[in-house]
Design a protein around this ligand. Structure first.
Ligand code: 13P
Ligand code: SF4
Length: 305
């Protein structure tokens, strides 16, 4: 692969001088891995953000991920290399919409997917990620649960719990994952008939019905590594496929649809990481009162893992 190795060296030097770490989500442009300390899914990266002794955290991911890192480590400087990196799903519910949703169901606990704003987290009981959503809902031991913002992840959890919990979902969704259709999966299954399908739970329920394995981005990568199968149809964002092809060259990975790209995840390039470190930009600021409230649902989640 073609990277600017001079720039990589400059970033690594600056990172050391400034006592910084770089966290990268597995949907990032693959060049970012050349300078990243930790690469993974939302849960893993938030655990790393909570643990680190570094002074500066550069988050190569989307806004809510950097915000979560700031909530977990308020004394650290958290930087988002490009401010264009938002998450369309996280922006589908704001605090007023959540309050309105809650008011319709008195005293029902709110589980918020980590793909949500700090304000929404501050009004929720517990957070979850795609890798622990089932366990988080189970841990509540209640009959009813409100689940925001991802209706598909919420329905997936309900299904996993055999409909024993009444999960009332908010109508949010990920536009990238919904671009994957059952027809795409069937077409690829026909073409690669030895392949197994690994899917992210943000996909449409009809897509999930066709999957052999459902899990977080890191879960999908681990499953591909462990599996005896040689060919895999990947139903999530292209970044996962890029990394699988690099890390497991003896296996074959097929992106289910060339529409499975999250444009918001692709704004950070090595140049942006360098500038973020050099100018200490763009710093994530979260109101202290929000941090105080939003940290609780995140810590409740981390405690059950
Ligand atoms: P993961 O937690 O599985 O990495 O998912 C994050 C995300 O935004 C998927 O669209
Ligand atoms: Fe948000 Fe979807 Fe992009 Fe994930 S893939 S960051 S849920 S818009």
């Amino acid at each position: 692969m073609n990277f600017d190795y001079e720039l990589v060296k400059k970033i690594l030097k600056l990172k050391k001088e400034k006592n910084a770490i770089i966290l990268a989500h597995c949907y990032q442009n693959i060049e970012i891995d050349e300078v990243a300390d930790y690469i993974g899914d939302s849960l893993y990266l938030s655990q790393m953000a909570a643990k680190t002794n570094a002074q500066i955290i550069v988050f190569a991911g989307v806004y809510f991920m950097a915000e979560t890192a700031k909530i977990l480590s308020p004394e650290k400087k958290v930087l988002l290399p490009s401010l264009k990196s938002g998450c369309l799903m996280a922006d589908m519910i704001n605090i007023d919409q959540l309050r309105d949703f809650k008011s319709k169901y008195n005293n029902v606990p709110v589980v918020c997917y980590i793909n949500s704003t700090a304000q929404v987290k501050s009004e929720s009981y517990i957070c979850c990620t795609s890798s622990n959503a089932v366990n988080v809902v189970k841990s509540l031991n209640t009959k009813d649960v409100l689940f925001v913002p991802d209706t598909y992840l919420g329905n997936y959890v309900k299904n996993q719990l055999n409909n024993n919990v009444n999960i009332i979902t908010y109508p949010g969704y990920c536009p990238t994952h919904l671009r994957i259709t059952p027809k795409d999966v069937l077409k690829m299954k026909e073409k690669y008939n030895d392949a197994i399908v690994l899917a992210h739970p943000e996909c449409h329920s009809e897509v999930l019905k066709l999957a052999d394995y459902i899990g977080s981005t890191k879960g999908i990568m681990n499953e591909a590594g462990k599996s005896k199968n040689k060919t895999f149809i990947i139903a999530t964002e292209i970044g996962v496929v890029d990394r699988l092809k690099r890390d497991l060259p003896d296996k074959e990975f097929i992106l289910v649809s060339n529409k499975a790209i999250c444009p918001n995840m692709k704004h950070h390039h090595l140049e942006d990481i360098y500038n973020a470190l050099l100018y200490e930009q763009h710093e994530i600021v979260v109101d202290e009162n929000i941090i105080e409230k939003a940290i609780k649902p995140i810590q409740r989640m981390i405690a059950i893992n």
